[in-house]
Design a protein around this ligand. Structure first.
Ligand code: SAM
Length: 211
């Protein structure tokens, strides 16, 4: 399949996708893109604006995954504004623009999924399913399953190994944030498998916690 992995970060969602697909990944931070490229050397990595890339290229792929940034939607923002820690910001409508674009214009054969966080406001478009405490919007059947993940988000530090991924050998800023941003790779695989209509076969035992 021709796969597009937008806002790819270091590729938590992509970790268990294997090498059978032709994957294009887009990330605007060159240092993060460099790490992704080191992890997934067969992928085509584009350093650029994922939102723009989607609009120009959405017809070219069989499967699209997008993880647009969540900080302007998250309850952490709302609490931070009330606590005087953050300035108020408009919620970034790129999230809903992408959902609306794909809901209306995706080619018939294409499967797509967009993930984000539970927002501090009422959803403008209801998600298809909640998995691992995250809302997902998609155009294929994505049955709920209980994700078992012993990772404690707040325990993640820059030197942690998360889902078997360590950034120790890289000189890159914000390692903690990058590791915390990772989608659970089992969730990434579960979703790609559903998009490909593979039979469901869950072990229900996911990864160890944080090393
Ligand atoms: C939530 S993280 C992605 C996590 C990734 N899916 C994973 O599982 O590891 C979002 C990423 O999008 C990148 N980003 C934010 N805005 C972007 C944009 N307009 N274009 C491309 N990348 C962007 C950030 O640098 C960050 O690495």
């Amino acid at each position: 399949m021709r796969v597009l992995n937008l806002y790819c970060g270091i590729g938590g969602n992509r970790k268990l996708w294997g090498d059978e697909h032709d994957i294009t990944a887009v990330e605007y931070n060159p240092d993060i893109a460099e790490v992704y490229k080191d992890f997934y050397q067969n992928d085509t990595v584009i350093v650029g604006d994922a939102h723009e890339f989607l609009l120009k290229n959405y017809k070219e792929f069989d499967f699209i995954w997008a993880s647009p940034p969540c900080p302007t939607h998250s309850d952490i923002r709302r609490c931070g504004v009330h606590a005087g820690q953050y300035e108020a910001l408009y919620p970034d409508m790129a999230l809903y623009q992408e959902i609306i674009l794909l809901q209306n214009f995706a080619p018939k054969h294409q499967k797509w999924v967009i993930e984000n966080v539970v927002p501090y406001y009422d959803y403008l478009i209801k998600p298809t399913v909640m998995l691992h405490r995250h809302p997902f919007w998609c155009n294929f059947k994505l049955p709920f399953y209980e994700v078992v993940d012993e990772r404690v988000h707040n325990d993640i530090a820059g030197h942690s190994s998360v889902y078997g991924v360590s950034l120790d050998k890289y000189t890159i800023k914000d390692k903690r944030k990058i590791l915390r941003n990772m989608v659970n790779p089992e969730v990434g695989k579960y979703i790609l498998d559903r998009a490909m209509d593979k039979p469901i076969c869950m072990q229900n035992t996911l990864f160890e916690g944080i090393a």
